[in-house]
Write a new protein. Structure first.
Lengths: 264, 261, 354
């Protein structure tokens, strides 16, 4: 299995070189969105005397810088390609190979992140300086961050594929994926740190999986969670990961049956 | 006028095609609603914690969000698809069919594929503007309304010119889509007033990617925050940019047809 | 005023577009030189090119001159890259020439005057001007508006095209649902809806099956007969040229090699003829050496190549010498493709003479 992955990695790196510009473009989007909302919250905080609840302007800056980093690290997009492949018939040949399509996806994903990170980090440093970001990070935060962001990445990956698997049933999967996108926009911590959401929305966001794709590792990295809170959050991440995995396997199996019945 | 009739015809043919896929049409409209509503939620969440952001009240922010979607909607209806197809034409060599017709090529390239369903965004935007203005309760006189319309037209023209310049680059660089994607990501910043952003971003959103002033100035106009100087500057700016964009388009065309420089 | 209805129609037609005395297409010393950027692979080369561009001059068309009269169908022959499409584009105003003079219907094409654009049309075989997703009828309505055709004139023009091309079932289906041949027919309709006086056809039958090719050829000939339109046609298929064009212009490496009757092309370019003889017994082809160069043996039929001037003489001798052994004998011009091939693969480019 390791040998197979190594081969896939090499091939994918070569491909990545060609898609350099596209990769950088996605990077830009991962940075601009957080900056937009950071600017909004900074202005709001300034209007409230420098802080809103637990967050000063510096705290917001730290939050959104971390969010940007987490967005890149935990990002999973290949589920979007899945629908395209189902339509184009590219899926069938991949299914015939002894390797589950997921493996290709994993490799492509990791290579993309490896190639874009060196560009992202200096930009984030710049933003931190511009907004005077204030990090509360302790060493154990960083230690917990690593498994947390991995969990978040796996969760995004798995849940994304769960949603995308519905492409087996409908050609209008793009609408479902778009809805998923907007739910992430609202509940994953992009428009605000979850604790700042109004009452019912906040409660909802702690229950839904979306927050655990972005907000959770973000807050851990920023140092905004105490150790017990961080552990609870990671437990929920794990739980949602398991649930997503089960849901995905079920839908995928059912979908495959439906797919081969209808015809590749 | 002849070009208005042509525009109506363009819209009609595209709409007929869209009507065939009624389910997709409904879904598209549904998506537009979701987009606008979720952006509205974001604004409301922001204002659940504060009464004012950089001098903008909640109602004024809602007005601005509305203007954002009016402009987004307008350009999605008229230009976006048309320019996309134009770049395909350049790549496939079918632009010649347009150039050989006795009609202004810039017009055809800009407006051939009018997407009527995208009006959803525009209408929702107007609803937001209306709601925000009503809630804000500021006196809305004829002057503000006129300023608003003028500023809106200027804002839309600025966005159009930006798209035109970018699309014209397709004459030289075949893969302009990437450049376009860069600008779309900046356009996202138009959802908030341009004055909340740090210097470099503010400047960018007021010049290179003028979505910032395109959205903020009309919002200021209708909420009574725009002074004569502001309106004059956007008017002047629009004229200058329009002249440049048209000239650049003609340059691109001449280059494409091999005219000696 | 001509007496026949068709003739009157044609006269009215030509009166519609003011063209001063002179042929519909007039070309003199036309040249087009492209400056192509030398671009190499790699990051460094791309960066370098941002500062100092290297150019290479490509001569696409050089000093080409010809005139095409009203109602002529002229074939433009030449291998890929010979300059055919470039010339066609200059004639239709899509390309600025480097040098030379062009007048189409008395006007300079690249000035793109509306009167001229409303009287010419371009058909490109492998490219479509129609919008794929909508029925052709809708595209035609847009064209009506673009050319500002009054309703009556539009209906009449469409009616004629529907008849000539059997368009009735095709107009209301989305274009992408049509077969390749059907698409070509609809493409022609879109190209001719405004009743142009000059037609530029660039590889119009490419990719079509044989029966469709025949139908298109018949249509073009018909159209020319009825309307007296001037047609300039480029094609790879000799059958197109042979069927439609009495006159051909041969372009090679941007130079005009030949301008004249198709029949004369063989005479000028390939100074030999073919004797195809079928004999009663099987003989070695080499035994016929004396009469001509054996180039093919196919099922008992031997083909000999003989110099043009010697052909009658050699034929006579063959018949005399072999007498009753000869079952069948024909004397032919070489196939036009071969002629063309010879022209294009010639190391030296023979200078054109009229």
């Amino acid at each position: 299995m390791w040998r197979i992955y190594r081969t896939l990695f090499v091939a994918e790196f070569q491909q990545a070189a060609q898609y350099r510009i596209q990769s950088l473009l996605w990077l830009l989007f991962a940075v601009i969105r957080p900056v937009i909302f950071l600017a909004a919250w900074a202005a709001a905080a300034n209007a409230q005397g420098g802080r809103i609840a637990d967050y000063t302007v510096g705290d917001f800056a730290a939050y959104y810088v971390c969010l940007s980093l987490v967005s890149q690290l935990a990002r999973s997009w290949d589920a979007y390609d899945f629908e395209f492949e189902v339509r184009q018939g590219k899926l069938a040949p991949k299914l015939l190979r002894p390797l589950h399509p997921l493996h290709y996806a994993v490799v492509a994903n990791l290579v993309y992140k490896a190639t874009t990170l060196p560009v992202l980090l200096p930009v984030l440093v710049l933003i931190s300086l511009t907004f005077q970001a204030h990090f509360l990070t302790q060493p154990w935060h960083v230690a917990l961050f690593v498994p947390s962001v991995l969990l978040a990445a796996a969760l995004q990956f798995m849940f994304g594929w769960f949603v995308a698997a519905f492409a087996f049933w409908t050609t209008r999967i793009h609408a479902i994926m778009h809805l998923y996108d907007r739910l992430v926009f609202l509940f994953a911590g992009q428009i605000a740190p979850l604790s700042l959401l109004p009452g019912p929305l906040a409660a909802l966001s702690y229950v839904l999986p979306f927050g655990y794709m972005l907000w959770a590792p973000t807050e851990i990295l920023r140092g905004g969670l105490a150790i017990e809170q961080a552990l609870i959050v990671m437990a929920v991440q794990t739980a949602w990961l398991v649930v997503s995995w089960i849901a995905f396997v079920v839908v995928w199996r059912l979908g495959l049956r439906q797919f081969s019945a209808v015809g590749a | 006028m002849r070009y208005l009739r042509l525009l109506a015809l363009f819209a009609q043919t595209e709409l007929q095609f869209a009507m065939e896929y009624r389910a997709n049409l409904v879904l598209d409209l549904f998506e537009e609603v979701i987009i606008v509503v979720s952006s509205l939620v974001a604004v409301l969440v922001l204002f659940s914690r504060t009464g004012v952001v950089n001098g903008w009240t909640e109602q004024e922010m809602i007005v601005l969000l509305g203007v954002y979607y009016v402009i987004q909607g307008a350009q999605a209806v008229i230009f976006e698809m048309s320019f996309e197809r134009f770049m395909e034409h350049v790549r496939l060599g079918t632009l010649d069919f347009i150039l050989i017709k006795p009609v202004n090529s810039q017009f055809v390239v800009s407006a051939r594929h009018v997407q009527v369903p995208q009006l959803g965004q525009l209408l929702l935007g107007l609803v937001l503007v209306g709601a925000g203005v009503r809630e804000a309760g500021t006196a809305l006189g004829m002057l503000e309304l006129v300023e608003f319309v003028v500023a809106l037209v200027c804002g839309l023209s600025l966005v159009y010119c930006l798209l035109l310049v970018l699309s014209t680059l397709a004459f030289w660089f075949v893969r302009v889509e990437n450049l376009l994607a860069i600008f779309w990501s900046f356009v996202d910043a138009g959802r908030f007033p341009v004055d909340i952003y740090p210097g470099w971003l503010r400047v960018t959103l007021s010049t290179v990617v003028p979505i910032g002033i395109a959205v903020t100035v009309p919002a200021q106009a209708i909420t009574g925050r725009l002074d004569a100087l502001g309106l004059l500057s956007i008017l002047l700016g629009t004229v200058v940019v329009w002249v440049f964009a048209s000239w650049f388009w003609r340059l691109g065309l001449r280059n494409y047809t091999g005219a000696s420089a | 005023m001509p007496r026949s209805a068709a003739g009157r129609e044609r006269a009215l037609h030509s009166a519609r577009v003011s063209s001063p005395l002179g042929p519909p297409i007039h070309v003199r010393d036309l040249s087009k030189i492209f400056r192509v950027h030398e671009r190499e692979e790699g990051m460094l080369a791309t960066l370098r090119s941002l500062f100092a561009r290297r150019f290479r001059e490509v001569v696409a068309v050089q000093d080409v001159s010809f005139e095409i009269g009203e109602g002529e169908i002229v074939g433009f022959l030449g291998p890929n890259g010979a300059g055919k499409t470039t010339t066609l584009k200059m004639l239709s105003g899509l390309l600025f020439p480097t040098r030379g003079e062009v007048r189409v219907l008395g006007r300079v094409p690249w000035k793109r005057e509306a009167e001229l654009l409303s009287a010419i049309t371009l058909v490109m075989g492998n490219r479509s001007q129609l919008i794929w997703d909508i029925p052709a009828a809708d595209s035609l309505r847009v064209l009506q508006e673009i050319f500002q055709l009054p309703e009556q004139r539009y209906r009449r023009s469409l009616g004629k095209l529907v008849d000539l091309l059997d368009l009735e079932p095709l107009l209301h289906k989305p274009v992408r649902n049509l077969s390749l041949g059907e698409r070509m027919k609809v493409e022609f309709a879109a190209a001719l809806i405004h009743e142009p006086r000059v037609l530029f056809l660039d590889e119009p039958t490419i990719g079509l099956d044989v029966s469709m090719q025949v139908r298109i050829r018949r249509f073009v000939a018909d159209y020319n007969r009825r309307t007296g339109a001037t047609i300039l046609l480029t094609s790879h298929y000799m059958d197109d040229v042979v069927a439609l064009c009495k006159r051909v212009i041969v372009i090679h490496h941007g130079h005009l090699l030949y301008d004249g009757a198709l029949a004369g092309l063989a005479e000028r370019m390939a100074p030999f003829k073919l004797i195809r003889v079928t004999l009663a017994e099987e003989v070695a082809a080499s035994s016929l050496d004396a009469y001509g160069e054996p180039i093919e043996v196919l099922e008992g039929r031997i083909t000999l190549r003989v110099p043009r001037e010697d052909a009658p003489d050699r034929t006579a001798r063959l018949v005399h010498d072999l007498g009753e052994h000869v079952l069948d004998l024909t004397l032919e011009d070489p196939p036009i493709e071969e002629v063309i091939d010879r022209v294009f693969s010639a190391a030296e480019v023979p200078v054109a003479a009229r």
